[in-house]
Unconditional design. Structure first.
Lengths: 204, 215
């Protein structure tokens, strides 16, 4: 018999294919990702069979939590900045550069106008603070409520192309939704996108 | 000495260790996986009637009574329906049903109008036929064509002729949750009902519901 050659075992593992795959995955995630925005309150949306997607740009998102607290947010920081600046000017609130920076990066804002400056001073703690606040929807002496002012300001800034998306918690009582919608209807905002989660048709 | 050094250089490894790179990649991928929302949320288009009283009154009276179903969405996940317009002096016209396929969907599906037609059934069958045609030949039905066909079906213009359509009035009480409202709208989508309206509970409705002890 021929002599048996004992091969020296190579302990070096070639990582190249693995790193190839990794780069692919990484590229995929980087290209497809839209970052989860840190919203003021956690909202669990109800399921629906509807397959319409949320419009990508120029959307005013109205966030409504279980207890009926309302927050508003624009889809991009520039528009968000304009909205907050406009509201601050309207209510005579002076905002510093730092406060505006916080406002621009916020996913949603929901505080009373007189608290706006102090809330924006909190920077990262803003969401923690405003989670217990929300925009007031009651109007004083027949004037528009602060919520209506926010929506009107957004509409004036962004024109008739702007869409309204309502993101409310599944457990929100209809009473609060009705109040909010009737305020919107009063200012002839009749078309909304209701944000829902996907549910298959056969589930129930 | 010099000789030794040269021989060492010859033996130098040309392989690059990828392990740190892979480590870093793993970290980055984990980061992106955790911080992204891949699936965009679904939405539902909703057009509410204007608060202008005159307009909504005209719309309300437009539909024939037998082609109308009034749905009361109530608290504790309860749902009631009245076939036709509510008769406020007769509490028994209010019938309880359940959510989902066996409940409200079959009520709508089996609704018979005064001329003996079953509009929801006809329209849903037409939609199924359209879906099948689309499935068999997707190329012939791009989004725009499909939507146009669906809109036509929802208006009651079927291939076999025009059928009457249903008008659904949805009334939610204050105790109902947002989920209930979305579910009710969902049923409208599933049953391909083109005309529906979310209406406010008026005093007579409240009286009718409270006479049955419903919240």
């Amino acid at each position: 018999m021929g002599k048996v050659k004992v091969k020296k075992a190579d302990v070096w593992i070639d990582m190249t294919p693995m790193s190839d795959v990794m780069v692919l995955l990484l590229t995929f995630f980087m290209l497809t990702s839209t970052f989860v925005k840190n919203e003021a309150v956690k909202v669990i949306t109800p399921g629906s069979v509807s397959e319409v997607k949320v419009p990508e740009t120029n959307v005013l998102t109205i966030l409504c939590d279980k207890d009926g607290r309302i927050f508003v947010g624009m889809d991009n920081p520039k528009r968000m900045g304009e909205l907050v600046q406009g509201m601050a000017d309207q209510y005579g609130v002076q905002l510093t550069k730092g406060q505006m920076e916080t406002a621009r990066s916020a996913a949603s804002i929901g505080v009373e106008m007189q608290d706006l400056a102090s809330a924006l001073n909190l920077e990262e703690k803003l969401n923690e603070y405003q989670a217990t606040k929300g925009i007031p929807t009651d109007s004083v002496d027949g004037k528009m409520s602060q919520f209506q002012d926010w929506v009107k300001m957004a509409r004036d800034n962004n024109g008739s192309e702007m869409k309204l998306a309502i993101k409310a918690d599944a457990g929100t009582p209809y009473k609060t939704i009705k109040k909010m919608m009737s305020e919107l209807q009063d200012m002839s905002e009749n078309r909304y996108y209701l944000i829902t989660a996907l549910k298959s048709n056969s589930e129930d | 000495m010099a000789k030794k050094k040269a021989s060492r250089q010859k033996k130098m490894q040309t392989r690059v260790d990828f392990t740190p790179m892979v480590d870093m990649m793993m970290l980055l991928i984990t980061f992106f996986m955790l911080c992204t929302s891949l699936a965009k949320p679904q939405t539902m288009n909703l057009t509410m009637p204007s608060n202008d009283e005159n307009i909504s009154d005209k719309d309300r009276n437009a539909a024939k009574a037998s082609q109308t179903v009034t749905i009361y969405v109530c608290g504790n996940d309860k749902i009631y329906h009245v076939d036709g317009l509510p008769k406020y002096d007769d509490p028994t016209c209010l019938k309880e049903t359940t959510w989902g396929q066996k409940g409200i969907r079959s009520v709508l599906f089996n609704h018979i109008t005064e001329d003996g037609s079953q509009p929801v059934k006809d329209i849903m069958m037409a939609k199924d036929a359209l879906d099948k045609k689309k499935l068999a030949n997707p190329a012939a039905y791009p989004e725009a064509v499909y939507d146009a066909e669906l809109t036509k079906i929802k208006k009651g213009e079927l291939e076999t002729g025009k059928v009457p359509t249903m008008t659904i009035i949805i009334k939610c009480t204050d105790e109902a949750s947002y989920k209930n409202m979305v579910d009710a709208l969902d049923e409208m989508t599933i049953c391909s009902i083109g005309t529906y309206v979310i209406d406010k509970i008026n005093e007579q409705d409240a009286k009718l519901l409270s006479s049955r002890g419903v919240k």
